[in-house]
Design a protein. Structure first.
Length: 214
């Protein structure tokens, strides 16, 4: 569990009071840790996964989009919340998404998930369906580009969930000028100034922003 923003005792309590991942997700987490090394930190935590599934169930999207798939944990959580819709995944890595494909098959989700490989700025631009729900968890410097592409296709009342928006709390410290944190701080301000949306930022894991199109 990525409890960067919580006291250790509170984090433990939250973990104990959140439904644990099943065997398939636990196996994917272990494999990702074994093969990805430090890059395994890109995988969402299990509490975020549960949140993604629950929000998907509540939204009942016909078309869901994920920008940044990695080894597939978040996509499985979203796809499991679908009730007849399709999740369209966009990523640049054949290597990591090969693992995702294997776990989608094992989870029985082949019929619910599509994958497009290539720079998301290009592949999203070519996507011509109206989006109900989107999860954004890719390269942070391009968040503004992906955000606009998603907003152009998001239906009124649709939802974008954005990961890593608090950067371990560093976004709240103006003296913290590491480039990714600066980029995230600028993105957060951009969204907050957007009159098209209503925003809630949750201190879950590394921060998750919920952006609803008005």
């Amino acid at each position: 569990m990525k409890a960067y923003l919580l006291d250790a005792a509170v984090a433990r309590y939250v973990s104990e009071h959140t439904t644990a991942p099943d065997a398939l997700l636990a196996a994917l987490e272990r494999e990702t840790a074994e093969v990805a090394g430090e890059d395994a930190a890109m995988q969402i935590s299990f509490d975020q996964g549960r949140l993604l599934t629950m929000i998907t169930q509540l939204m009942a999207p016909r078309v869901a989009v994920e920008v940044g798939t990695f080894t597939g944990y978040s996509s499985i959580c979203i796809a499991r919340g679908l009730s007849g819709g399709t999740l369209h995944c966009f990523d640049v890595s054949e290597k990591w998404t090969a693992i995702a494909r294997r776990y989608w098959h094992e989870a029985g989700l082949d019929h619910s998930v599509t994958l497009t490989i290539g720079p998301a700025a290009d592949t999203l631009a070519a996507f011509d369906e109206q989006i109900d729900l989107a999860f954004l968890d890719a390269d942070k410097h391009n968040y503004p580009v992906y955000y606009e592409l998603l907003m152009d296709r998001l239906r009124p009342g649709g939802l974008i969930l954005v990961d890593n928006t608090l950067r371990r709390g560093w976004v709240a410290d103006p003296a913290h000028d590491e480039p990714v944190t600066v980029a995230m701080r600028q993105f957060n301000d951009l969204v907050m100034e957007d009159p098209r949306v209503t925003v809630v930022t949750l201190p879950v894991a590394d921060g998750m922003m919920l952006v609803r199109k008005n």
